[in-house]
Design a binder for this molecule. Structure first.
Ligand SMILES: Cc1cc2nc3c(=O)[nH]c(=O)nc-3n(C[C@H](O)[C@H](O)[C@H](O)COP(=O)(O)OP(=O)(O)OC[C@H]3O[C@@H](n4cnc5c(N)ncnc54)[C@H](O)[C@@H]3O)c2cc1C
Length: 368
């Protein structure tokens, strides 16, 4: 008999949220290479929920995740969202067209605004930024509470979390996987690949071909500025996709230069050029004096070639399931994505709140 029915590789939000959904149904372990499960992308996000983000196949996952996040899934203790609102801005009306192109009845309607309404929402907005698209539904997500809640629920239902235990190699023998992980030897009927930037590496360690999942670096810089009252400032997004920023505290801002540089899977670190670009863009939008760069970090957003996550069994190998390629939306989609993935993994009907979501776009190797 196998030690486990299912071994999930990766303890970030993908592995933890799926684990929370399935631990009561099977004997499950999460293998995490690091000492802590949120060391990589999950611990480095900008932590927002944005309805239209990621394009058509992602929007239903984001929208279906809203209610569970409001209700504090999985433990239901308190809402994990804090309403913020978002404004996409442009110097010309056509700069908003890309943002408008993903308008859909499935997501909350956005409202076109101009100065002076725009200036009232973003005080100190420099001249020329005349056009805006307001999305009041945008919210901050308490990522630590969501991720910690998933791991707690996973353990409560009998799941085993093994940190500092990287999957080194796995071979399929007699309908089960023989797994070398750190100093441990395990067997499991099914391996779930939720290894984020390392998803293709983990596949290759299991003799499974990769999906072409590529990690891209994204940088965030925390600035202290000579202006107060910024904590609940709307998320400000450039219509041309060159930056975004949001208030972090009364006089602190998180700014991203929206970088997307292909990277090896690694402990990602910011490049000075991206930090400089972030500050440059920020100063071109508002007149708030930059007093200090207090923190900077980078993380990896990992995409399949078509930028749609892969949830489902690998067609070329028995007992190998993909839960990878969550790009820049892995947190905001986690409640629904984990429910879709759990239904495919366990072969059971979907939970009612995701029953309307067609899982076929997420089929691994659907496009090649
Ligand atoms: C700067 C930035 C901003 C972002 N902002 C947002 C946002 O506002 N909203 C949003 O929804 N999303 C956002 N994202 C995206 C989000 O962070 C990711 O989609 C999500 O965290 C991916 O989760 P994951 O579990 O797949 O990856 P990870 O959190 O990276 O987890 C994968 C885990 O697998 C482990 N692992 C790797 N190899 C092995 C192995 N061989 N054995 C065992 N374990 C292994 C790793 O150590 C890692 O802990 C952002 C990302 C970045 C970088």
């Amino acid at each position: 008999m196998s030690d486990f029915d299912i071994v999930i590789v990766g303890g970030g939000i993908a592995g933890a949220s799926l684990g929370a959904r399935i631990a009561a149904h099977a004997r499950v372990a999460i293998l995490e290479a690091e000492e802590h499960c949120a060391m990589h992308s999950t611990g480095r996000s900008a932590a927002f929920w944005l309805a239209h983000y990621g394009g058509a196949p992602i929007i239903p996952l984001t929208i279906a995740s809203r209610r569970p996040l409001e209700e504090g899934w999985p433990n239901g203790e308190r809402s994990l969202l804090h309403q913020r609102g978002a404004i996409t801005i442009g110097k010309e009306y056509r700069h908003l067209w890309d943002a408008m192109s993903v308008e859909t009845d499935a997501a909350p309607r956005r409202q076109e605004i101009k100065r002076p309404a725009l200036e009232a929402l973003i005080p100190g907005l420099r001249a020329g930024w005349d056009f805006g698209l307001l999305d009041s539904s945008c919210a901050d997500i308490d990522v630590a509470a969501l991720h910690g809640g998933c791991l707690a629920e996973f353990r409560r239902a009998g799941g085993v979390v093994m940190t500092a235990t990287p999957l080194v190699r796995a071979r399929r023998q007699n309908d089960s996987w023989k797994i070398e992980a750190g100093n441990d030897r395990l067997t499991a009927a099914t391996i779930v690949n939720a290894a984020g930037a390392w998803a293709d590496t983990v596949a290759s360690r299991c003799d499974v071909p990769g999906l072409g999942i590529t990690p891209y670096r994204r940088t965030i810089v925390q600035l202290r500025v000579g202006r107060t009252g910024l904590k609940d400032l709307p998320l400000v997004i450039d219509g041309l996709g060159k930056f975004y920023f949001k208030g972090e505290s009364d006089n602190r801002i998180w700014v991203s230069p929206h970088d997307e540089t292909a990277s090896e899977p690694c402990d990602s670190a910011p490049e000075e050029i991206d930090v400089a670009r972030a500050i440059d863009h920020f100063e071109s939008v508002v007149d708030w004096p930059v007093e200090a760069v207090e923190r900077k970090w980078a993380g990896l957003r990992s995409f399949t070639p078509l930028r749609v996550p892969a949830f489902g069994f690998e067609p070329t190998a028995d007992g190998f399931f993909w839960c990878a390629g969550q790009g820049g939306f892995g947190i905001q989609t986690a409640p629904a994505a984990s429910a879709v993935a759990a239904s495919l993994l366990l072969g059971e009907g979907p939970e009612p709140f995701v029953a309307h979501i067609d899982p076929r776009p997420f089929t691994p190797r659907r496009y090649g």
